[in-house]
Design a protein around this ligand. Structure first.
Ligand code: 5RP
Length: 227
């Protein structure tokens, strides 16, 4: 096995360990909030491959997860019809010691933020590579209304960032994604709010106001540190 293949098989094993630990938090008969990505795909496979826990349904954060849930015979419910959820499980692209996240590598950030915010508890499941001392090496995804792409880009430059349009990608909501490098994360809570103020921004991938309540990294559980 070459080095790249071995790193990716380590990462997959770590993601699987996190999904397995998160699986033990799911209650029989509950309605589960389901995130998006390869780690969540493993969790969905676990729900299907066992008989012990039968969830009553799921609220999904993407068409990708909905298709996988539907194929597994798990009913996908409209968030408007279920109210507050007890538990949301999702991956992340970066997680800092305080449980603040960068998400949106899979372009599902807006629905992910909605379902996370609608849930009492958000468990974040990641591999070792996602744990960072400070957010910001991963470019921050921002979902924008298409006509506002260049307007948002100019506003981001004024904030000190370097925007790149993720060409060829349309979100599940029919919008575009800008990935931003070089932002200053000294005050991530303020940065999340400032970006939200730009007209045309639908959501940004900083999860500081609705951060993770617990993080499972390669199967290891931890609570977020205080600010
Ligand atoms: C999708 C996300 C994912 O949670 C994030 O990209 C992590 O994905 P993976 O589990 O495949 O590493 O934010 O928008």
């Amino acid at each position: 096995m070459n080095q790249a293949n071995s790193a990716s098989s380590d990462s997959n094993a770590q993601k699987r360990a996190s999904a397995e630990r998160a699986f033990t938090e799911i209650e029989d008969g509950s309605i589960l909030g389901v995130g998006t990505g390869s780690t969540v795909d493993m969790l969905i496979d676990m729900l299907v491959g066992q008989k012990r826990i039968q969830i009553a349904g799921a609220v999904s954060s993407s068409e990708r997860s909905s298709a996988k849930l539907n194929a597994a015979g798990i009913e996908v419910l409209d968030l408007n019809s279920v109210g507050e959820l007890d538990l949301y499980i999702d991956g992340a692209d970066e997680c800092d010691p305080q449980g603040r996240l960068i998400k949106g590598g899979g372009a599902a950030l807006t629905r992910e933020k909605i379902v996370a915010t609608a849930s009492k508890r958000f468990l974040c499941i990641i591999d070792d590579s996602k744990e960072v001392a400070q957010l910001g090496a991963f470019p921050l995804p921002i979902e924008v209304i298409p006509m506002a792409r260049s307007l948002v880009g100019r506003a981001i430059v004024k904030l000190g960032g370097h925007p790149a349009w993720r060409q060829g990608v349309t979100s599940d909501n029919g919008n575009w994604i800008i990935d931003v490098h070089g932002l200053n994360y000294a005050d991530p809570d303020r940065l999340e709010s400032d970006i939200n103020q730009i007209p045309g921004v639908v959501a940004n991938g900083l999860f500081t106001q609705r951060r993770a309540d617990a993080i499972i990294t390669s199967g290891r559980w931890r609570e977020p540190a205080a600010d």
